[in-house]
Design a protein. Structure first.
Length: 56
């Protein structure tokens, strides 16, 4: 999956907001799950996410 990061989705240091990254991760996971299962899928929950360092 390729996605474009817009300036409105970044903080003053030009880093993507964590919530925006989570939304994109969820979208990519749903695409993969839907292709694999050939059914409608939903994210039931996300219990923990740790951002250990910046993605450059």
């Amino acid at each position: 999956m390729t996605d474009l990061v817009l300036p409105s989705e970044t903080n003053p240091l030009n880093n993507l907001f964590g919530g925006e990254l989570l939304a994109r991760m969820d979208r990519a996971a749903s695409i993969a799950a839907r292709r694999h299962s050939r059914r409608i899928v939903v994210t039931a929950s996300v219990n923990h996410v740790a951002f250990n360092r910046l993605c450059l």
